[in-house]
Design a protein around this ligand. Structure first.
Ligand code: HEC
Length: 167
């Protein structure tokens, strides 16, 4: 190899290495946890799409927020579904959706029209899809700890000591 060619080769290698470096830096930035948004789904995109479609079509959003969004025309004080999969597993969710009387599982103090309706009439396939989808909706541990801490301190007036190991 002549001297000039060698220089060009080194320059090319240097450029490639530089781009590779920039790229992996960017990727590291992208995958760094976003402390602003603690909710995510760990389900494959196809399941997320099917689950979200059922959630919309069955009007779950009239009562429950998902990704912080709910039907603004309704005001039912139902729990948000964001992070529900960190609280309940798929089997529990399937059984709850399949219950003839969900109040037997979670007692309700709300007016009858606000209470969680039974979805036992849905095809089993749809109840399964919903349960798997809901079970995939997770909340980051750090956020769960923050919520626990603030609820605990609000309720007891004492400093919360439990749980967090990472900070
Ligand atoms: C009419 C309002 C309403 C609708 C519509 C509704 N829910 Fe609910 N849901 C509630 C309420 C209220 C609760 C809390 C328990 C109660 O008071 O009945 C609840 C509880 C739940 C829970 C248990 C939450 C927990 O704390 O573990 C899940 C899961 C759930 N709903 C999913 C759904 C899904 C999925 C749909 C649509 C297929 C849906 N809900 C439709 C009102 C509703």
């Amino acid at each position: 190899m002549r001297k000039g060619e060698k220089g060009i080769l080194i320059a090319i290698v240097a450029i490639v290495v530089m781009f590779w470096g920039i790229n992996s830096y960017r990727q590291a930035q992208d995958s760094a946890p976003d402390r602003g948004i603690p909710f995510y789904s760990d389900a494959p995109a196809e399941l997320q799409a099917k689950g979200a479609e059922l959630f919309r079509d069955l009007k779950c959003r009239d009562c429950h927020a998902l990704w912080g969004v709910r039907n603004p025309m309704q005001s039912v004080p139902a729990p948000a579904m964001d992070g529900i999969g960190s609280l309940r597993d798929e089997t529990w969710l399937f059984n709850y959706l399949s219950a003839q009387d969900p109040k037997q599982i979670i007692p309700s103090r709300l007016k009858a029209e606000y209470q969680m309706p039974s979805f036992a009439h849905l095809p089993e396939h749809d109840r399964k899809t919903l349960a798997t989808f809901l079970a995939s909706l997770k909340v980051e541990d750090w956020y769960l700890e923050e919520v626990k801490k603030s609820e605990y301190e609000k309720l007891t007036g004492e400093t919360y000591k439990g749980g967090a190991t990472d900070e």
